[in-house]
Design a protein around this ligand. Sequence first.
Ligand code: ADP
Ligand code: MG
Length: 703
Amino acid sequence: MSEVLNVEEIFGSKVFTLGKMRERLPKSVYKEVKKIIDHGGELSLATADVVAKAMKDWAIENGATHYTHWFQPLTGITAEKHDAFVTHPDEYGKMIMEFSGKELIKGEPDASSFPSGGLRATFEARGYTAWDITSPAFLKEDATGVILCIPTAFCSYKGEALDKKTPLLRSMEAVSTQALRIVRLFGNTEATKVVASVGPEQEYFLVDRDKYLKREDLIFAGRTLFGAPAPKGQELEDHYFGTIRERIGSFMKDLNIELWKLGVTAKTQHNEVAPAQHELAPIYETANIAVDHNQLVMETMKKVAGRHGMTCLLHEKPFAGVNGSGKHNNWSLGTDNGVNLLDPGDTPNENIQFLLVLACILKAVDTHADLLRQSASDVGNDHRLGANEAPPAIISVFLGEQLEDVVKQLVETGDATHSIQGGKLLTGVSTLPDLDKDATDRNRTSPFAFTGNKFEFRMVGSADSIASPNTTLNAIVAEAFCEAADILEKADNFDIAVHDLIKKYLTEHQRIIFNGNGYSEEWVEEAARRGLPNIKSMVEASETLTTEKSIKLFEKFGIFTKAELESREEVLYETYSKTINIEALTMVDMAKKQYIPAVMEYTKTLADTVLAVKSAGADATVQTTVLKSISEKLAEAQAAETALEDKLAEAAGIEDPKKLAFFYKDVVHTAMDDLRAPVDALEMMVDKKVWPVPTYGDLIFEV
Ligand code: ADP
Ligand code: MG
């Protein structure tokens, strides 16, 4: 028997939860904290001192020696600088561990080495971190000991956001304010805010650590840059939801325990489509906390994999030829008095508030499809989007049969009189229950799918922070709500006005609805006919941040200033160029030092064989033919390697960040593909014993 896990006890044991605050803080202080968490405001320094002391005492009781302001710079991952709780010893040499309210609320890391996209010159090093009271502090244990982590926002000396959290928090406030106007119109006077909730499903790969360490491409780029397909891929569909192997199972068990301790509600686990691919989904929570927790999920996956002799690959496309990884970002809006704005009820045709919300969301997504697509782009995701395994790069909305029918009724007749009902699913077996059927089937190929009481944004990359997609979603929906509320609050006859507005929005934006197969070539053509944008790459998507439309949107709701948007665009170009440059250099390195020498040696063995066979008086045609074709491919590889180096030298001469990014995408990338092809071909031609690195078969079938 394995030990019994007390999940209830483990859960949140490393988190300074509201419950712990309630236990440890004086009532009045607790109340002030709770009020600010729920409704915003600023903590007085005196109160912050009390909270800091309680937090520190709890942390020290649990072994902490240091604290850190944990933040999310534009690198897409998290950053931390540890400070010990130690203070000056007194005259007798005794040291007392301390932590003040000031230290809790504000930090001042040297910010000069984080990407800022020109917002801050290197000499303007000052950056500030500010406590995000809405996301609980937690303890992280690593080789350095136990660290109290305080989630913070990160901004420059001038107050510009240098991180992913600040705009997200701003967007949550914006969508709350505007959504509240909508629910008020429908008579909900109790609600005091509307919360964006997010549940991200995280996909990942696990590979054996020893094999990983033999591949420079995995080490430096997080993905394979070479590799011929294994004889078997995912075609038998035998991995998806398959039995979880022992080694993976014990990883998942440890992962869950670590996540539960951190207050992450790890709920669902299963094998994914590609061999060696898996998924974890937590229960949804406030967007801001979901973003923080998703960072912890990714970090913990990597840490725990190491303990099991494996490496966790979060890259969107670690292996060519099998599925890559994404993150399904489930998103909804709910009032603090329990109304999910995205819940249609059984008869959506009668649920006018829902129909207005839906119409606004369709309008938002159609109007800002480019921004939504941008929010899900990162370097790795370029390999997925539009590659027939992930949603296409074209944004469209799947509504399902029931809602599509309601929309159709509204657009065609101005009135929706009925809703298609789900009915019963007859199992045909007397001992099996007949099941209630949903009114709508699923569609796996849609980038933005309505799934009953939430939207599932499926484009997001597996390695990327989910802060940007949710910031964008909140922002565009806030704008649509605001425009609707501006009209409806002034209406003489609300019922007629809302009816007309829903019809108008649905009519104007129905082109964004698509319930068919998003992977098909016909859809690409159809989308073009409808005028929907098809932005093929991250580099092209980056430009959308600074269009007039985008600046107007983000400035209106105080989410990004123009300068912040410009800086982000620049950071994206830089990130792209640097990433592709690393990949290209890795390819050059592997080709020159591993593949080409290994094949040269093999050709020598073959040549010796040819001579030996000939001098023995036998026919050496086979040996000669093999030698000849391998030598030809080798020459091709050699030429492609030189060409790639030439292109990299050319890139080094381009200064403009945008031009450079386009050069990497259009020119360097092609040169990389040209090098990969002959090397992968050689892998299929030479003796496996001489191949210098583990193959796809070794990596994904032998974990
Ligand atoms: P599905 O099977 O439709 O993908 P699941 O129940 O497996 O749905 O949920 C997937 C993710 O969506 C989970 O993280 C879940 O917590 C989250 N989720 C469920 N309901 C909501 C909601 N109302 N808002 C946001 N996320 C939600
Ligand atoms: Mg799902």
